[in-house]
Design a protein around this ligand. Structure first.
Ligand code: F6P
Length: 346
């Protein structure tokens, strides 16, 4: 142990689970306990655990064998304590959280999560709590960092799935549509689409024209291409009450006489073992978060800029979403190899 720093860290995981969260918990807890002799308290089920006072001390023994484990050992929830609705009006959740934070004698909270979690973290820090954010999500859409852990694992799963669709597409001469997650951002669709050789990739950030999609499929058929793979981000523009993949299948069947099938990857891309890249990123984030705490630096989110671990003010991150820029280099490269994004090439 370098120097003992007598601090009590609360740690929670909120929002959708993703691969790598446990690696980040381990990174925080091991650094805090082994290097600084700090106490680490796990808070169950996201911000709900702070409201209900569900805590337990994380000892080194709790975090053995969790590096490769998917999900989160702390549990998670989508509780948004600052959101007002009729039922919540009775209880002032932010006030309760502040009281419980003080009663538990926390010196700071480490909040691991995506955009919603970072917004709450930022508001709690404005309310006077010491907060450090660690960004995670398969969607890769947290503002202020080049990458979140969970994304690489999700891209690996989505890519492997697209690889598997190629064989059925080819055998049956079909159009295979695969819908991937990403919320309002197209990062997973773009990366898995390019890695999996998608012929058409539809992103929420690039408005598509149905005629261009159908034209691209016709051109491929004319060029004697036996099949086509269409990768669709769940967040594309579409009518309500129909899923993105189903909507694109309807567009195709309304206009063309090609056999089409839809696969919705869903939660498969969010579960299971983190990739080595995500384990490493989560570990780097976790150790850096504790270094900030050791220096009494709060109200910050750890981030990666040009592969360097650093941090950014939570107030700069809050309420923003990192979408795919329409001129993103990978989009430009994909266009050059003939990938259709459903638009007229700019
Ligand atoms: O943010 C991760 C994510 O998996 C998104 O890609 C997706 O839109 C959403 O969560 C699904 O949320 P839920 O777990 O609430 O169904």
């Amino acid at each position: 142990m370098q120097k003992k720093i007598d601090k009590r860290i609360g740690i929670l995981t909120a929002g959708g689970d993703c691969p790598g969260i446990n690696a980040a918990i381990r990174g925080v807890a091991k650094t805090a306990i082994l290097e600084y002799g700090m106490t680490v308290i796990g808070i169950s089920n996201g911000y709900t655990g702070l409201i209900n006072k569900e805590y337990f001390e994380i000892k080194e023994s709790n975090i053995s064998n969790i590096l490769t484990l998917g999900g989160t050992i702390l549990g998670t929830s989508r509780e948004k304590p600052f959101k007002k609705d009729i039922l919540q009006n009775e209880i002032n959740k932010p006030k309760l959280i502040k009281e419980h934070y003080e009663q538990a004698k926390f010196d700071c909270l480490v909040c691991i999560g995506g955009n919603g979690t970072m917004l709450t973290a930022s508001l709690l820090s404005e309310a006077g709590l010491n907060i450090i954010g660690i960004p995670k999500t398969i969607d890769n859409d947290v503002w202020g960092t080049d990458v979140t852990f969970g994304f690489d694992s999700a891209v690996n799963i989505a890519t492997e799935s697209i690889d598997r669709l190629h064989t059925t597409a080819n055998s049956h001469k079909r159009i295979m549509i695969i819908e991937v997650m990403g919320h309002h951002a197209g990062w997973i669709a773009l990366y898995s689409g390019v890695a999996g050789g998608g012929d058409i990739i539809l992103l929420p950030e690039i408005p598509y024209d149905e005629k261009i999609i159908c034209g691209c499929l016709e051109n491929r058929a004319t060029a004697k291409k036996a099949y086509s793979i269409v990768v669709v981000a769940e967040g594309i523009e579409k009518p309500k009450k129909i899923k993105a993949g189903d909507y694109i299948a309807r567009v195709i069947s309304d206009n063309l006489d090609y056999e089409t099938r839809v696969t919705v990857l869903g939660y498969l891309q969010r579960g299971g073992t983190p990739s080595p890249t995500d384990r490493i990123l989560a570990t780097r984030y976790g150790t850096h978060a504790v270094d900030l705490i050791a220096e009494d630096r709060y109200s910050e989110m750890v981030c990666v800029i040009n592969n360097d671990i650093t941090s950014i003010k939570l107030s700069e991150v809050q309420d923003k979403t990192r979408l795919v820029p329409v001129n993103f280099p990978l989009i430009r490269k994909a266009r050059r190899i003939g990938t259709c994004f459903g638009d007229v090439i700019p």
